[in-house]
Structures are given as C-alpha cells and as structure tokens.
Design a protein around this ligand. Sequence first.
Ligand code: ZN
Length: 234
Amino acid sequence: MTSVSIIAIALLTAAATMSGGWMALSLGARRNLVLGFSAGAVIGVAFFDLLPEAQQLSGGLALSAAGVGFVLYLLFDRVLARHDNCEADMRRGFLGAASFSTHSLLDGLGIGLAFQAGHGAGVAVAAAVLAHDFADGLNTVNVVSRNGGSRRHALRWLVVDAFAPLAGAILSLFVSLAPEKLGVILGLFAGFFLYIGGADLLPESQRAGPRLPTAIATLLGALFLYGVARLAMP
Ligand SMILES: [Zn+2]
C-alpha cells in the first residue's frame, strides 16, 4: 500500500465525517432525535468497534483501560463543570469535541499502522473507520451544540475532527506503535465514549423531546454502529 493511497483513504474519511456533521447541523428542529441517535452511535462505537478491536490487540488489558478511561473522563468533566455557567458548559463541549478529534487522529494512525502490518489488516481497519466516521462527525457537532456552543464553534470542531485522520495517517508514515499499546489506547477511548454517550448525550436527548421516539433513535444509532462494525469485520 503506498502512502498516497493511505492519504486518499484519510481524505475519504474526512468527507464521511463532514457529511455526518452537516446532517447534525441541518436537523436542528429534531434535536432530540439527532441527540438520541448520536448517544446510541457513541455507545455503539465503544461496544461494537473500539472494545472488540482493543481486545484483539491487547486482550484483557483493553477492558481495564476502558474502565480507567471512563473514570478519567468523569474526573475531567467534573473539574470543568465545577462552575455552573455557560462558559463551563462550553468547555465541557470542547472537551468532548477534543476527545472525538483525538480519537479521529488515532483512526488515521490506526489505518496507517494496520497497512504496515499487512494489506488485509489495513483494509479491515480502513473499512471500520470509514463506516463509523459519519457518526464521528455527527457526534462532534452534537457534543458542542448540546453544551451551548455556537454553530460556528460546532463547524470549527467538525473541520478539526474531519481532518484529524489525515494528520494521523501522515504520522503513521513516521512512527511505529506496538499493537498492544494501540489496543490500550483504543480501550481508553472506549471508556471516554461510554461516558460521553451515557452521561452527557443520552440524558440530554431525553430532556430535549418525547421519550419514545428519542429512545427509538438511540436504539437505531446503536444498531447502525453494530451493522457497520459487522460489515467492516474481516
Ligand atoms: Zn472514529
């Protein structure tokens, strides 16, 4: 696999992320449904994509890493939310968006490193990333706007998140990372995502609109991720 093809895949992931974010920005009136879907998608990424992959790479350590990630995110979130005002809220939104963007950087890094390991592994990881990147964009926009960030803030973070895989792919041309270490990092992010989905997006979606349609949207979000994770499996 040439580095040019890896960069091309990273650009495709940017397009997928942008379209997810754009969808979140344009469905403003159905906020509860978009938030609900997003909550299911974030939790789905953790359970159906990140955790199985992390476990494959580093075994039981992946689950412990997820536990540590969950608690770490909780602590960050509590420190940021100490003051009860809009600014503190916005900082929480930015923490969420920064987590999604760092995760996307790792997505790109993962694609590059997987291709280093072999063509088959590379294609599998690239498919998994491409399939869930729509949700990455949607979730980034939602975590910013849900915490009082403006449309412009959301767009800016969307662009950061969309191009983060490109930075990660370029980085992969210069570094190598032991698979077990990558697995631990993926586990950590699974913990972050479980917190963002369960403690932030899920309750907010229920507050934003009728319970039953919102719950159905959440189930659809989780199912969507389950589907794409299964499709992307080698
Ligand atoms: Zn991702």
